[in-house]
Design a protein around this ligand. Structure first.
Ligand SMILES: [Cu+2]
Length: 231
């Protein structure tokens, strides 16, 4: 019976996984899955990444995408999720500027090039349940491309970190993808701090190895992993 129960739980967990195959800019979705968003290795399995230092933590991609989407600075965006984003945990967005001589369709995103533009924090509802922005939706949270971002081609990275098992090392699950975009009408900001992926995360980071039960009453003590949000 115990074994049957754990099999059932495992089956449920598999269904609960998700990918983010489509970027939506100012309400307009990319034409079809994986056209400007790079197809991820878990496109079929939906399996998350558990090792935050693995090479796959950058974009988890199996292939580059064919197209590049133009997105005005200041535009709002989110990602369609293949399943309900039902696990507790933060959503974060990063950008990395494509260097001269490369294009968003062929650049690999290596080096200390990534800056964070958005993260989310949990709150406690009236039933004393911790909830996260975007939890239980079939899309990720809305964010905007900072108006000050310089023009040019970028990789945009979405990440949802599922923390339901994160009290054990290497049991947080990272769901992510990267899109090929071109920012127009931007500003003259100097984005930072810049980090590399992998490199920005360790398995022992307090936002990755975390027992949500222990911060249930103090949700603002949660520390999202990675650099501070660029402002
Ligand atoms: Cu799951």
């Amino acid at each position: 019976m115990k074994m049957l129960l754990s099999l059932l739980i495992a089956a449920t967990a598999v269904q609960a996984h998700y990918t983010f195959p489509r970027l939506v800019i100012n309400g307009k979705s990319e034409e079809k899955d994986w056209s400007v968003t790079r197809q991820t290795k878990n496109a079929n399995s939906k399996q998350g990444i558990e090792n935050p230092t693995a090479a796959d933590i950058r974009c988890y991609q199996s292939a580059n995408a064919g197209a590049v989407s133009t997105i005005p600075a200041g535009a709002s965006f989110y990602y369609v999720s293949t399943q309900q984003v039902n696990h507790p945990g933060p959503t974060q967005y990063y950008l990395a500027k494509v260097p001269d001589g490369k294009s968003a369709t062929n650049w690999d995103g290596s080096g200390a090039v990534w800056f964070k533009i958005f993260t989310t924090m949990p709150t406690v509802d009236k039933n004393k349940q911790m909830t996260w922005p975007g939890q239980n939706e079939y899309k990720t949270v809305n964010a905007t491309i900072p108006a000050n971002t310089p023009d040019g081609e970028y990789l945009l990275r979405v990440e949802h970190i599922a923390l339901h098992m994160a009290m054990q090392a290497n049991k947080a699950q990272f769901y992510l993808s990267c899109s090929q975009i071109k920012i127009t009408g931007g500003g003259s900001g100097t984005p930072g701090p810049l980090v590399s992926l992998p490199g920005a995360y360790k398995s022992s980071d307090p936002g990755i190895l975390v027992d949500l039960g222990k911060i249930q009453n103090a949700p603002d003590t949660y520390q999202p992993p990675g650099p501070a949000v660029w402002r």
